[in-house]
Structure formats: C-alpha cells, structure tokens
Design a protein around this ligand. Structure first.
Ligand SMILES: Cc1cc2nc3c(=O)[nH]c(=O)nc-3n(C[C@H](O)[C@H](O)[C@H](O)COP(=O)(O)OP(=O)(O)OC[C@H]3O[C@@H](n4cnc5c(N)ncnc54)[C@H](O)[C@@H]3O)c2cc1C
Length: 444
C-alpha cells in the first residue's frame, strides 16, 4: 500500500487547497492525515492518494495568537470565565509537548494516554484512554471545540453547540470525517508529584472487585492493572517498577501461581498536600484484598509518571526494535462477562496454551460516568478500513452523515455501566527475536 504523494503543509490553507482540488475532480483521490503514524492497519495511509504529514505544520506555528490560516495554532494556553483554563492546540502537536507547555503555566490536560508521543489529532480520532478515564472520561470527552477541514475543503469551527454533528463525528471518527487542525483542550491545575502504587493478587475476582471499589470512591487519579504471567520475563518494563530486592520474591510467587494480577493506582499531590498524602493513601488501600506483603510504592514527579513509557521506547529504539510492527487489541468487556473472560482468555488460552504475549492491561471504567460513548461507523467493521478517505460521500455536509451516525445515541454501542478495557499487544512473528521485543521493552 503506497500513497501517490505526500503533502508537507506549511499552513492550514495548504490542506484546504488540497482537499478542494480533490473534491472538484470527477474522481476525487483519497486523502489521509498522518499524525505520528502509530495506528494499525494503515489507518493513516491513503493508497494511491495523498498523505498529509501533519507534523510539517509544526514548522510554522503562531504562538502570537493571530487567528488566520496562514499561521498555525501551536499550543496556546488561555482562560475565560465560562471555560476556565484551556489550551488551543494544533492537531499535529504531540501530547508530550502539550504537557510541557501547559506545565509552564502550572496546568495540564486531565485525560491521557499511557504513551505521550502521539498526536492530538491522532488520539482524538480514536478515543484516548488510560487510567484517568474512569474519572474524567477519554480524551475525546475533554475537548471544548475544534477547527476541522471537511471533505469538501471547508474550514469549520465546531463544538457541542456549534456544528455539533461534525464535532461528535470527528471525535473518535478514525479520521473519516475531516482533518482536525485545532482542538481546544480542557486544562486543570497540575500536580507536581504522584504516589504510584502496585498491588499483587493471585485471585482475579479479588483484583477486579478492588479495582471496581477504587474507581467508585473519590480519591484516586489513575487506576489500571495488568496480567503477570510466569512465561513472560520478569525483567521487563513493567517489573522494573519493583525494587530489585523483591524481584526474587515476586518471581517465586509467580512460579507458584503461573498467573497473577497487578493493580496499579496513582494519587497526585503537590506542596500543599505533602504532609497528608501518605495518610490518604493508607486509607485508600485499607480493606483491599491484595496479597499481604505485596504492595509496592513509588514517589515520582507528575511528568515521570505520565511519560513512563518513554524509557521503554528508548530502550527498544537502541536495539532497533521500536519500528517493528506492534499490533495491539483494545476490547471493552461488559462487567457481566469479565470473570468468564478471565477464564476463557487469560487462563485457558494465554496461560494454558503458553502463548507469548506483550503487556496485557485490564482496568475498569464507566460507560456513563463520565460519558464513554463508543461510536460505530455504519457499514464498516469495528476495525475501520485501512484508508482514510475524504471524498464527497464522507463529507459532513452531504446526506452521508445519516449513514455515519456518530452522534446518535441510538447507534451507540450499548454496554453495561462498568466496562473493562483490556489491551493485549502481541509480538508479531519476529522468530527468535520476539522474546525481547514487547514484553521486555515496551510499555502501554
Ligand atoms: C506505544 C503506544 C501506546 C499507546 N497507548 C495508548 C493508550 O494508552 N491509550 C490510547 O487510547 N491509545 C494508545 N495508543 C494508540 C494511539 O492512540 C493511536 O495509535 C493513535 O492513532 C496514535 O496517534 P498518531 O498520532 O500516531 O496517529 P496516526 O496513527 O498518525 O493517525 C491515527 C488516525 O487518526 C487520523 N488522524 C491523524 N491526525 C489527524 C488529524 N489531525 N485530524 C483527523 N484525523 C487525524 C489518521 O488518519 C488515522 O486514521 C498507543 C499507541 C502506541 C504506539
């Protein structure tokens, strides 16, 4: 699969001109925005079409607040009485840069992905899910407004109150409804440090009950969890959290149980709460059913915690392994099925059939609180087609909107209130090299 051309836009008008040119042809060509290119199945690819390399907008940022399409948005922090603090961010911006810039003002976005070297346009086209989702919703629910170039080449500002169908179609729209050139992101006061805790379990039921309990109480800022398997090396990015002095103890427990579960939770704090944080943490873990003696704590800066995957990435890069394809799968499992899922998938397939795996994360979130809407693109499989195609039929303005009911409650996938996001990334056929790709170096 190859594009016919790549556009390196200097400004938003270059993208508008490209799409208008395509739209006016009797047979329009495919156009795909490429953020950081991390999506699977070539979603940021346009076979025989034109890829818009969004990163190129970065070379022409306007941080002086001029509002015209010849200058790009960059990252601009503002405040108003209605919205509070927010950042206007170019779709091409990496979340790590959004973090760095907003921290200069003592602020930060509230909903994250596990890995920050992803673009704002790329994750807003998906969902942006991590351990903060139970509390703040995915990243797509923390956007006030966006500038979008539609399939006809129109430049449209949209929000929940203005061009709302476009707004909700583009958020989580897999790049099928337009190109995001600016997103107005919710900001809040940033903490400076975090208490980061991992608790080990040998019983899936106790593990999930504790996770559900922790997201039901008001106190934590992040809850995730992961599988620990005897067949996966302990010497990997996740286990590096555990103090070396405890690695033997954990390895021996793992060899006894073969499969274990690790609950991960984080509480943010700052100078004002330094004196009370330990007491608060103690209260939060009180009554949890983890294995006695298997609680591990870390104190880290807010940035160290949010940017935790970076060290694994650099390690893989140094081994030349980062660029190999790393397929992954995200599943939302209704609460009613999560116990069966553990037995059928984690135990009967992965453990019993001795499958090599990458990291498998398991954590709960709510469907409604805050709203996590899963949109289905009518007429396509849940995995979108490999091409992002902006053509007439994909344009927001034409009748095809009814065929892509991204904002229709009626077409949203109905899940039970509590759902578990399970992420299973697999190594992919690297033969003898597989044992030091994902499981040893990568983090999600
Ligand atoms: C190591 C790693 C860890 C990850 N962890 C998480 C995680 O914790 N949570 C999570 O939710 N996801 C996670 N992801 C998945 C990630 O959110 C998606 O792969 C996302 O698409 C990556 O963004 P990108 O900038 O690479 O986008 P790309 O892969 O370049 O693009 C993704 C899609 O968005 C479209 N697109 C890109 N930019 C724009 C734009 N400006 N306007 C409109 N459409 C656009 C593309 O055409 C494509 O369809 C992870 C991915 C990796 C590689």
């Amino acid at each position: 699969m190859f594009p016919a051309a790549v556009l390196y836009p200097s400004n938003v008008n270059d993208i508008i001109d490209l799409i208008k040119f395509s739209y006016d042809l009797s047979v329009p060509f495919h156009v795909a925005a490429r953020g950081h290119g991390h999506s699977i199945r070539g979603q940021a690819m346009a076979h025989n079409g034109v890829i818009v390399e969004m990163n190129s907008l970065n070379n022409n940022n306007d941080n002086d607040n001029n509002n015209n399409n010849n200058e790009n948005c960059g990252i601009r922090v503002s405040w108003d009485s209605e919205l509070g603090f927010y950042a206007d961010v170019g779709g091409e911006q990496l979340w790590i840069d959004v973090l760095r810039t907003t921290l200069e003002y003592g602020l930060a976005p509230i909903s994250w992905t596990d890995y920050l070297y992803l673009t704002v346009g790329g994750t807003l086209s998906n969902a942006g899910i991590s351990g903060q989702t139970f509390r703040h919703g995915p990243q797509i629910t923390n956007v006030h407004e966006m500038d979008v170039i539609t399939g006809k080449g129109d430049f449209v500002t949209c929000s929940k109150d203005m061009n709302s169908e476009l707004f909700f179609a583009v958020l989580g729209g897999l790049g099928q409804f337009g190109i995001i050139t600016r997103a107005r992101i919710v900001l809040d006061k940033a903490p400076t440090r975090v208490k980061w805790v991992r608790l080990l379990y040998d019983d899936f039921s106790k593990f999930t009950k504790d996770q559900e309990h922790l997201i039901s109480i008001d106190g934590l800022d992040y809850v995730e969890g992961s599988l620990m398997l005897e067949q996966s090396s302990l010497n990997n990015w996740r286990s590096s959290f555990f103090p070396p002095s405890n690695q033997t103890k954990i390895a021996s427990l793992l060899s006894q149980n073969k499969i274990m579960y690790c609950l991960e939770m984080v509480k943010y704090y700052d100078d004002h709460t330094t004196s009370t944080i330990d007491e608060e943490l103690k209260k939060l873990v009180k009554g949890l059913n983890y294995l006695a003696g298997f609680m591990f704590k870390k104190d880290a800066t807010f940035v160290e915690f949010l940017n935790r995957v970076r060290s694994g990435e650099l390690e893989l890069q140094s081994k030349g392994m980062w660029a190999v394809p790393h397929p992954w799968l995200n599943l939302f499992v209704p609460k009613s099925s999560i116990m069966d899922f553990n037995v059928a998938v984690f135990v009967d397939i992965i453990l019993r059939q001795n499958k090599a795996t990458g990291p498998i994360l398991v954590y709960p979130t709510y469907r409604k609180k805050p709203l996590l809407r899963i949109n289905l693109i009518s007429g396509s499989s849940t995995i979108p087609p490999p091409h992002l195609t902006i053509e007439e039929h994909d344009s927001f303005e034409d009748e095809s909107l009814d065929a892509h009911p991204m904002d229709s409650e009626d077409h949203s996938m109905e899940l039970e209130d509590l759902i578990f996001s399970e992420e299973a990334r697999e190594e992919c056929g690297l033969g003898s090299q597989t044992n030091h790709t994902f499981s040893e170096g990568t983090n999600f």
